[in-house]
Design a binder for this molecule. Sequence first.
Ligand code: MF3
Ligand code: CO
Ligand code: CO
Length: 277
Amino acid sequence: MSYIDADIATNRKNGQIRLHKPEDFAGMRRAGRLVAETLDHIAPFVEPGVSTGSLDARIFEFVKDHGALSATLMYRGYTHSSCISINHVVCHGIPSDKPLREGDILNVDVTLILDGWHGDSSRMYAAGEIPRRAERLIEVTHESMMRGIAAIKPGNTTGDIGAAIQAYAEGEERMSVVRDFCGHGIGRLFHDEPNILHYGRPGEGAVLKPGMFFTVEPMINLGRPHVKVLADGWTAVTRDRSLSAQFEHMVGVTETGVEVFTHSPAGLDNPVAAKAA
Ligand code: MF3
Ligand code: CO
Ligand code: CO
């Protein structure tokens, strides 16, 4: 941690939520766009036979070539430029030499730093043809995230976001929301206040105000919600080994609603749906 980080980090301890200035939105737009372009860039390379380590290497190069730093490289001992989580891996999968197999689904999560601002986003991809239930899980997970984002405006609360996600994924679609990981404030810091739970009750939590920056990144399981972390200290898997999916956007609260910083310029917000179309 640099001295500058240490200064900003006191805000996290205070439990205060930073309210960013209009000019800060410009920095987040640039960081968000670059992480979205990174996720666009790897889409054509996701195929059976390709290793997640080689996808991570492409991400490393792309981020570096565009003047950014990987935020996960050397973060709390993590040594990669992405997390790649296959099938029943919920999140924080470590890129490896193992090749993807036909029918695998995978989340690729990239966080970078551009001019001091963090860009954090993830999407689901498919290796070859995937089962119908996997396709449905991915569709429901993307829609869950978008329903959470649709609940964001000044005066609403973080609980409104979680409640919208849970009502859809569990209430309507009979899938499970993972409780053990949440979205987070972001900006000059990677993980800041507030926590964004992907479940909850309307009206609970912190009141949203213009200038707040945070992620919405629901993990949805086909089976039960419970997860465990493997002995490597990172890889989180479903306890019942059911399939899991995740999407992540980074947003800012505006005077009237919400701005999504991480939309795909290539129309690949949901690469699996784009491929099927
Ligand atoms: N990008 C993840 C998030 O959405 C965090 C990954 S931290 C790592 O918050 F160290 F596992 F890479
Ligand atoms: Co995040
Ligand atoms: Co992320």
